[in-house]
Design a protein around this ligand. Sequence first.
Ligand code: AVI
Length: 323
Amino acid sequence: MVNVQARLARHEPTVAVTQFARDVMAGLTARPKHLSPKYFYDAAGAKLFEQITALPEYYPTRCELAILSENAAAIARLVPERAALIEFGSGSSKKARILLAAAPQVAAYVPVDISKEMLNDEAVELRRDHPRLTVLPLETDFTEPFQLPAEVAAMPRAGFFPGSTIGNFEPHEACSFLRHAGRILGRGATLIIGVDLVKDAKILNAAYDDAAGVTAKFNLNLLTRINRELGGNFDLESFSHAAFYNSERHRIEMHLVSKQRQKVEVAGRAIEFRAGETIHTENSYKYTLETFGALARGSGWAPVAVWTDAGGNFSIHALVNEL
Ligand code: AVI
């Protein structure tokens, strides 16, 4: 790693050797090559993801919104009086709004996200729409340890983690995340979490390889980001998007496939690709109600309720922290 750092610093002295740079160099020099899906979400990537959520093939967002809307009152009953609602990776807070409308007993909402702009814009609107709610945005990486605002220290807490983002973690990381959320929320807290379900591979494959090619653009945008931020020279035409359901590992895998043998430079370092070699860019794990329940229990959380949409595509679990 020392060599990689020196190379990065030499290539562009005005650009700090960021975690992004370190992770990209480590991932592209590993075998098999891989990149973390958390780097999809630059400004362009976040916009493309918004477009994905509206695609006819991408059922998770629609199904989760339907479950939330249909069961908002029952879900809200699990949130204590004068509670603080903490959302991990809040984004546009669209789903939290459904819960907040059904849970007037919530005294404070703490959206946690790395996007300062989004947090501030949403906070203004939420304060306008819920004048009695204290909105305390927290700009941080929600997967890392963080302190809750002092204002909520004495309040009972409920966590909210929609979107099946937990599916983008490896199962051991999902377990670590649930334990980390438990430490932040405290013993006895409730966690409301969205989890995508195992289903017919055809439906899954279409959801991650849509006809309009938006998911392909989203995947390839990672190379554009590397070109821009790390002085890369990836030719986007010579890579293609691949997504498929790996039924043995219960996960969608996304890859960027090199169409030919080629050499690419990133931060002054040459990276060689064989024809057909891939960069593994994302896993999206799918659970059954039972496998997710077992994961939760093994991470210190007791499942207390679960809701699904009529088609059984997606689930929202309510868990109580036992640790
Ligand atoms: C954010 N996450 C839950 C999405 C998923 O379905 O795994 C990311 C995504 N990747 C491709 N399409 C959507």
